[in-house]
Write a protein that binds this ligand. Structure first.
Ligand SMILES: Cc1cc2nc3c(=O)[nH]c(=O)nc-3n(C[C@H](O)[C@H](O)[C@H](O)COP(=O)(O)OP(=O)(O)OC[C@H]3O[C@@H](n4cnc5c(N)ncnc54)[C@H](O)[C@@H]3O)c2cc1C
Length: 502
């Protein structure tokens, strides 16, 4: 503990008595790292790979037994302007156009400095992936996926989603480990940061799977330990919204956020929370696994049904072309809960509402699964759902009236059938998110900053530990988590960290 004030050390570790320290069993301490990377996932792997390539002595701390983090399940959708993939298809694009799209889609709610850092550097990241074997689906780049469309086709993803990216990163990381350039401590979590008397970060305390603690000192520490979307308590504390879905990487426990705050940083972005629409949960208790998806996106399937809230009221033009509009409308509804309501004729004539399930299997779920209900009358259906009967009766009457006249009160265009033939059905949808919006504030060189704007010396962060709000704003912006995670990791490793070889 040379150079560390005991008082500051105790404060930063949260340990309140010397006996507590003496009582901890120790693993081997290490010292002299140029970079200590906390978390070997989407952002941490490129940080370690590029820092090692630059000649740095890198310690990579990974809590799980695997490298890759959320890339095991992420769709891995990424975007940049001027990539090799665009050039191959003669698509003209510029970082400025990408920046403008991000600002339009986020309505200016992301951090513009981080958006700028991203658009200016993401092209090199994606080209580096391409040079190292990354391929995309043949029709890519495209203009849109499940989120709001770009103005130019720059959005792409691999045939295996996030795993297509991991297939590039993992061998590179493993080669650096095999060459002794990166030392990886697996099944070992960062539990505290070490600080000197002035508050500069000087190392990390880890705990391995046997509960052994060790101190590791280094010049820079990079927090790349992911978000908090698997930690219901922290998620709700930071966003003011319950964590409805259990779908994030289990190790996304928000530990990096906690470490950054304990070292002097602060959290921002919880107010940028936005829910996705269309998810059907497995259980009424949350966080719940996602059971399936009812397709309410008119780009994939025009709606035949109506969508109502807890009061039985419609709240959005169901066929609104903007997914962002529909998500923001759902965000304002009580509990972010909605019900897709339809009758027998709609069920018979419309394309399947849940294509992955099919109508036959879906029919078996009504009144057998908590999210599926069926009744002979509209009133009976509302009662089963626990929503206001008069509200639903009125909504159906208004919809039928508008459908007959061809003029809907919400401006809906696609209204092939009235809702008039019993039985009536409803599928409950929950507005959810599988990412966290709140995270550590950083400056435009990815230094963790205090509320007064001063950096916490030697402490950096990248990836979802920054919070989706920082890069994706109060919106779901195409690729604005994986692309910044990869790009900011690459930038930290290749130039932003002050290595001795720099
Ligand atoms: C299903 C799904 C689909 C998604 N699709 C997209 C998409 O298409 N496009 C997009 O832009 N975004 C998408 N996202 C979000 C995006 O994938 C993540 O934000 C991003 O991968 C997170 O990268 P990260 O490096 O911050 O975290 P991770 O990749 O999760 O890496 C963090 C690592 O840190 C480790 N760790 C955690 N705590 C500690 C600790 N205390 N000590 C040491 N190690 C620790 C973890 O085990 C993990 O390996 C999706 C997310 C999900 C869940």
């Amino acid at each position: 503990m040379r150079g560390i004030s005991k008082r500051v050390f105790l404060r930063s570790t949260g340990l309140i008595a010397g006996t507590a320290i003496l009582g901890i069993r120790r693993a081997r301490a290490t010292e002299g790292w140029d970079v200590i990377v906390v978390g070997g996932g989407t952002a941490g792997l490129p940080t370690a790979i590029f820092a090692a390539e630059r000649g740095a002595k890198v310690l990579l701390i990974e809590k799980s037994g695997l490298l890759g983090g959320t890339l095991d399940r992420s769709a891995g959708q990424i975007a940049a302007a001027g990539t090799k993939f665009q050039s191959a298809k003669n698509i003209q694009d510029t970082p400025e156009a990408h920046f403008e799209d991000i600002m339009r889609i986020t309505r200016g709610t992301c951090d513009p400095a981080l958006a700028r850092l991203l658009v200016d550097n993401a092209t090199a990241t994606i080209d580096w992936l391409a040079d190292n074997g990354y391929t995309t689906l043949p029709e890519h780049p495209v203009i849109e996926g499940e989120h709001e469309a770009f103005t130019t086709a720059r959005y792409l993803w691999g045939p295996e989603g996030g795993r297509s990216i991991l297939k590039v990163l993992k061998p590179q990381a493993e080669a650096a480990i095999a060459a002794g350039k990166v030392t990886a401590l697996m099944r070992t979590g960062a539990v505290e940061l070490m600080q000197d008397v002035k508050g500069a970060v000087i190392g990390v305390i880890t705990e391995d799977s046997d509960g052994l603690r060790a101190e590791h000192t280094g010049k820079s520490v990079v927090l790349t330990s992911g978000g908090c979307a698997s930690n219901p308590k922290m998620f709700e504390d930071l966003h003011g919204v319950p964590l409805y879905a259990r779908a994030a990487y289990p190790f996304s426990q928000g530990k990096g956020i906690e470490l950054g705050v304990a070292a002097g940083g602060y959290v921002r972005g919880g107010e940028k929370y936005l829910c996705n629409s269309g998810s059907v949960l497995a259980d009424i208790n949350y966080p719940s696994p996602i059971f399936g998806s009812a397709v309410t996106d008119p780009r994939r399937r025009q709606p035949w049904e109506i969508i109502v809230n807890r009061r039985g009221e419609r709240f959005v033009r169901e066929d609104h072309p903007s997914v962002d509009e529909r998500e923001h409308a759902l965000l304002k509804q009580p509990g972010m809960r909605s019900w897709v309501v339809f009758d027998q004729e709609m069920l018979d004539k419309a394309p399947p509402l849940m294509p992955a399930l099919g109508n036959e299997r879906m029919l078996g779920l009504f009144d057998a699964h908590p999210m599926f209900a069926k009744a002979d009358t509209i009133e009976g259906l509302a009662k089963k759902l626990g929503i206001t009967p008069n509200g639903l009766i009125q909504s159906v009457a208004n919809y039928n009236d508008g459908q007959a006249k061809g003029v809907d009160i919400f401006g809906r265009k696609h209204m092939p059938l009235p809702m008039a033939r019993a039985p009536y059905y409803a599928v409950a949808q929950q507005g959810i998110t599988i990412i966290s919006f709140a995270g550590l504030a950083v400056d435009n060189t990815l230094r963790v900053v205090k509320e007064d704007g001063e950096p916490v010396v030697n402490l950096y962060a990248a990836g979802e530990v920054l919070g989706a709000g920082a890069t994706s704003g109060n919106a779901y912006t195409n690729g604005m988590l994986v692309t910044p995670a990869l790009t900011f990791g690459r930038l930290l490793g290749s130039k932003l960290l002050p290595l001795r070889t720099a």
